[in-house]
Design a protein around this ligand. Structure first.
Ligand SMILES: [Zn+2]
Length: 297
């Protein structure tokens, strides 16, 4: 699979100007490291992300635009690589990280994680050196109406290093609430991930799906999954216009996207810590779910 993806990138960078421009934009992106407590976050200034960061995702706006993930609406230059029965892997023309991919379901249908953990784990296993992410429909997905994952090189991804060697279901004092689920047994891990989603749905009241961002990678036979339960979609500072940041999975994994130059210069570690705390699930609800997940191990 990896060889096929490498070749896809080469072909698409030549044939598809939009992608070539995105890759060039990423190469020019400035990255700044900030220390928060015992961990680092990379702030990455990527002007071409402004559309995604500020995308309106209310049902009315979504209904009005043509779906940019449906194969019928893709630009003629864009081609993909098939993955299993249901998914096609494309190069993301607005990359945040190296080798940024969008992995799209063949049918137009809501972004829902139910029954998709198996596909997510299989993708992670097929893409060594990558992470695979899922952004919930109300927490960062700019196409909440079409099921998709993203993936990318995890070379820079801080959370992998931050959580190396940890075996509990939580990451203590991490400035954001995240469940850490590891496993070598695919079926058992899918069960635990489903269980986490069910517990979160119960805690949050009846929703089609609890607010979540998920990241998974596979290394030496083991899957490592991060499940970020969310308290809200966008932070207060986004709505007031103070900072144009709208965290999704990659941001919560430690690469915060700042599409505007002024934000890149001025955003502080304290700002980021406050944003992470604000958008992930409040401590009391998080601890309640963590205790149940821990006892089910
Ligand atoms: Zn679609």
């Amino acid at each position: 699979m990896i060889r096929e993806i490498e070749e896809l990138f080469k072909r698409q960078a030549r044939a598809w100007p939009r992608l070539a421009k995105g890759v060039e934009g990423l190469a020019r992106a400035k990255t700044r490291r900030v220390r928060i407590d015992w961990f680092d976050v990379f702030i990455r200034h990527i002007p071409h992300r402004v559309g995604s960061t500020t995308a309106p995702v209310d049902p009315e706006s979504i209904a009005k635009r043509p779906c940019f993930l449906c194969s019928a609406n893709l630009p003629p230059e864009e081609e993909g690589a098939r993955f299993d029965q249901d998914f096609t892997i494309y190069c993301n023309p607005f990359p945040i990280v190296d080798r940024h991919l969008t992995i799209v379901h063949r049918e137009h249908g809501s972004q829902r994680i139910a029954n998709q953990f198996g596909n997510m784990l299989d993708l992670a296993a097929a893409l060594p050196g990558y992470f695979v992410i899922y952004n919930g429909p109300e927490c960062g997905a700019s196409a909440p109406d079409h099921m998709h994952f993203q993936a990318g090189s995890r070379e820079l991804l801080p959370i992998e290093k931050d959580t190396a060697g940890l075996s509990g279901v939580t990451v203590p004092n991490y400035g954001r609430n995240v469940f850490l689920l590891r496993g070598r047994d695919r079926a058992a891990l899918i069960d635990r991930m489903d269980r986490a989603i069910d517990l979160l749905a119960e805690t949050a009241g009846k929703r089609a799906e609890p607010l979540v961002n998920i990241a998974v990678f596979h290394e030496r036979g083991e899957w490592v999954a991060y499940l970020f339960p969310r308290g809200k979609h966008r932070p207060r500072v986004f709505h007031t216009g103070e900072l144009t940041v709208s965290p999704a999975a990659i941001d919560l994994c430690g690469i915060l996207v700042a599409p505007l130059a002024r934000d890149f210069e001025r955003i502080s570690g304290d700002d980021i810590a406050a944003i992470f705390r604000e958008v992930t699930l409040p401590d009391d609800q998080f601890q309640e779910v963590a205790a149940k997940l821990e006892s089910a191990r």
